[in-house]
Write a protein of this length. Structure first.
Length: 281
């Protein structure tokens, strides 16, 4: 059994632009290589927005050296980038964006969502790239809701939607640059389950909604992170109430992390280069 190392509470909500009220459930500035290959997770709990005349969101900004993974549960997010590409991420969809050598993009509520209003509920996860791929060409995987296998957990303990990696013979559609697993878990109140995970991998459980007990030794509520010890190949979860959680597991990259704002590289010199490249277009 993987032992629970720590349970962390997210800091209070902050706004990203004027469209995304998020709590940073984890962040490499605080937890560093213990999260590797994951860097950061911002969670926007369900928030009502009134109809508006102008889309809310965040204007043009760069990224380099990692991937941003946007999971929308409710509402719609539109994106546009410097190469002219764009699209809408709707409920159940995932956008897996490889910023790699660099991308400049905008993230806004979609025109439809802006006009109609409604609940916005989403996650943005940052996944680090191995040094060998940090300067690869940028790319997108726009993965629609119907592409994800949904695996029923034994004894009616809920479901695991497989975003990336494999789980119980199901394969998630997202292509990744290092071995990792992203599972979107729905566990009904009172259910108990054991989940196989890789020995030696970083393993993080992010409770989005609800409340759960882990390994009968720890409990976690909404907007809390459970960080496990790398050793061990199973975790046990029991839902105290209807629970929505993400299980993130991955092989640690074992490379230095140097980050500044929207850039995550391996050295300070590479960060200075990224800032310089951005300033020179
Ligand atoms: Mn962005």
């Amino acid at each position: 059994m993987k032992q629970v190392k720590s349970v962390y509470s997210a800091p209070p909500m902050h706004w990203v632009g004027d469209g995304f009220p998020v709590r940073s459930v984890f962040d490499y500035h605080h937890l560093g290589e213990a999260l590797s290959p994951f860097l950061l997770l911002d969670y926007a709990a369900p928030t009502p927005f009134a109809p508006a005349a102008r889309p809310r969101g965040v204007g043009a900004h760069p990224h380099r050296g990692f991937e941003t993974v946007t999971l929308v549960f409710d509402g719609e997010v539109a994106h546009h980038d410097s190469t002219g590409q764009g699209g809408v991420i709707g409920p159940g969809d995932v956008q897996w964006m490889t910023a790699a050598s660099g991308i400049l993009h905008q993230e806004y509520h979609s025109d439809t969502f802006t006009a109609q209003g409604g609940l916005l509920h989403m996650v943005q996860l940052w996944v680090n790239l191995p040094a060998a791929h940090k300067m690869a060409p940028p790319g997108y995987q726009a993965i629609t809701a119907d592409c994800f296998p949904i695996v029923p957990l034994p004894a009616g303990a809920g479901t695991a939607r497989v975003i990336a990696g494999s789980f119980c013979a199901a394969q998630g559609p997202a292509h990744t640059f290092s071995p990792l697993q992203v599972l979107d878990l729905h566990l009904p109140a009172g259910s108990q389950t054991q989940i196989d995970v890789q020995d030696g991998w970083t393993t993080l459980l992010v409770v989005l909604q609800g409340s759960m007990e882990i390994n009968s030794s720890a409990h976690a509520n909404a907007a809390q992170l459970v960080l496990f010890e790398p050793v061990g190949d199973q975790i046990a979860a029991a839902a105290r109430s209807d629970t929505h959680a993400l299980l993130l597991s991955g092989q640690p990259l074992g490379e230095p992390i140097a980050g500044h704002g929207p850039f995550v590289m391996n050295s300070r010199a590479e960060i200075m280069q990224a800032i310089d490249d951005f300033n020179h277009g």
